[in-house]
Design a protein around this ligand. Structure first.
Ligand code: BYC
Ligand code: FE
Ligand code: FE
Length: 465
């Protein structure tokens, strides 16, 4: 283990990588200080830190100041496997970057790497309005781990791509979420996360895109990418937990207030109306659907053919009948109902997206149980994939969340029913006053079911100073 950087990549015996990181590491810290969590540098946070890649005890929980967090580089243990899909399913995975796929691999790694710091930038100001110390700690946990995911991609760039890799790793610290001239690469990572309902929906829907993209990259024939993404997925589970249970707790509180008051507008009672929660779901689900790229994509076909990026659980027994995907096609439903057939390999983005939508649906069902349990008839729903899209076959379609095609006038007139309005946001901002007392929780959200790592709910998850 290197004295400063926890790792299982033998950093001590890799002088070239150490030299590259010696330049990048201080730049990273500078980035964290500039655009990482605002105002909590001196606070002490009960955080999990990755310390090894072994299944038993891969992480350690302790009080840490965030700027002193020990970001590490970990690959999941090697597995004996073949590439398993594409044009050469029986070939051995590559330990180095194959020259003919260098450009594509670098692009995938840079795109993945760019999202991680972007999310930290998007969430920079949330600490100031946290509904509890428990939530504040979870926010910071997600932030330090996304920053570690940046390390994971920067490692691949430094270790396997030489000079242009170093330049790309530098660029990952230079672009900024939402910046006019140097924005982040993918659209959802330039969208502002203004309040905690945005954050919970982001962790539910956008981190879940992360899960699906990482799953498909963990199938990659480039073994270091496969192993680093496999390890990232162990951390990712908590991010989705934060999102799913966060929204669930808001729904719980909302359902209680609806039942008690018999009203739908809960603002005067200190709650968030179900209709407003639905709008945030519509927003972040549709933003996240864009992250899958176009349904019909020559990039996706090329990645699959080359063995760079597989389907979700490509390797799992019984997941797919065959792994070349040369036959058959994908039925794409266009806005308005027409159906287009796409060759299977070109439809890999859509296939991954469909698995993702099903997974989101399971989360929705759990939220709806909170409503059913209180005898309420209202239900939350996912927007149809046609709604509010900027990428792919539905880009620019004038569809409502149920997928009905509308006229431009109708669409414009009703958009405020489906996406958060300035008034919805102002009301949420009014409700979201910080609660920093151990064990106390803001009125617009129910308390969590249990604490972190076996700690009680009134544990001091963040010691403010
Ligand atoms: N925004 O052929 P297509 C995470 C561009 S999240 C802007 O469909 P492809 C995380 C595209 O670049 C997971 N532009 O694209 C979550 C292309 O441009 P050119 C992140 C977009 O390549 C929360 C053109 O449109 N990981 O980890 O098949 C917190 C044609 O598109 C967008 C990855 O994304 C967009 N949304 O698919 C923290 C994995 N979509 O070439 C972290 C790596 C497409 O025409 N990335 N374009 O100029 C990929 O595998 C692919 O790049 C994508 C796009 C799936 C994203
Ligand atoms: Fe991540
Ligand atoms: Fe994440």
């Amino acid at each position: 283990m290197n004295g400063e950087i926890p790792n299982n990549v033998d950093l001590d015996h890799d002088p070239q990588l150490r030299r590259a990181l010696a330049t990048w590491h201080p730049r990273f810290l500078q980035w964290w200080n500039e655009v990482g969590p605002d105002s909590f540098d001196t606070s002490t946070v009960y955080l999990r830190t990755a310390i090894s890649a072994s299944a038993d005890g891969w992480a350690n929980y302790a009080y840490v100041k965030m700027p002193e967090y020990r970001w590490g580089i970990f690959l999941a243990p090697p597995e004996s496997r073949k590439i398993g899909f594409g044009d050469h399913p029986d070939a051995e995975p590559w330990q180095q970057v194959p020259g003919e796929f260098r450009k594509e691999l670098r692009r995938i790694i840079v795109t993945q790497g760019d999202t991680e710091p972007a999310s930290v930038e998007q969430q920079r100001h949330l600490g100031k309005t946290a509904p509890s110390l428990y939530d504040l700690r979870n926010l910071f946990q997600v932030n330090v781990e996304e920053a570690r995911h940046l390390w994971a991609m920067a490692y691949l760039l430094h270790r396997f791509f030489g000079r242009d890799g170093r330049e790309e790793a530098e660029e990952l610290l230079t672009r900024r979420s939402g910046h006019r001239d140097h924005p982040r690469i993918l659209s959802a990572f330039n969208a502002p996360i203004r309040d905690w309902l945005d954050f919970f929906c982001f962790a539910m829907f956008t981190d879940r895109d992360g899960k699906y993209q990482l799953e498909s990259l963990s199938e990659s024939g480039f073994d270091p990418l496969s192993r680093t993404t496999r390890f990232m997925l162990t951390e990712e589970a908590h991010h989705m937990f934060v999102g799913e249970t966060g929204v669930q707790r808001v729904v719980q509180r909302t359902a209680d207030l609806m039942k008690q008051s018999g009203r739908a507008d809960l603002h005067a009672l200190g709650g968030i109306a179900l209709a407003v929660i639905q709008k945030y779901i519509n927003l972040w689900c549709s933003e996240s659907l864009d992250l899958f790229g176009a349904e019909d994509s020559s990039n996706a076909a090329a990645y699959f053919a080359a063995g760079l990026k597989g389907r979700h659980h490509e390797h799992a027994a019984n997941a797919y009948r065959e792994h070349r995907a040369l036959e058959g096609d994908y039925e794409l439903r266009l806005p308005g109902g027409a159906v287009e057939r796409i060759a299977l390999r070109r439809a890999m983005n859509a296939i991954l997206r469909d698995a993702y939508v099903q997974d989101c649906q399971r989360g929705l069902a759990r939220w709806n149980r909170e409503l059913a349990a209180r005898g309420l008839d209202q239900r939350l729903a996912l927007p149809r994939v046609e709604f509010n899209r900027k990428v792919g076959a539905c880009a620019g379609a004038l569809c409502d969340p149920q997928g009905n095609v509308l006229t431009a006038e109708e669409f414009a007139a009703r958009l405020g029913e489906w996406l958060p309005t300035a008034e919805d946001r102002a009301r949420n901002a009014e409700l979201m006053r910080p609660v920093y007392e151990p064990g106390k929780v803001a009125g617009w959200i129910a308390p969590p079911a249990k604490g972190i790592n076996g700690q009680s709910l009134d544990f001091e998850y963040v010691i403010l100073s």
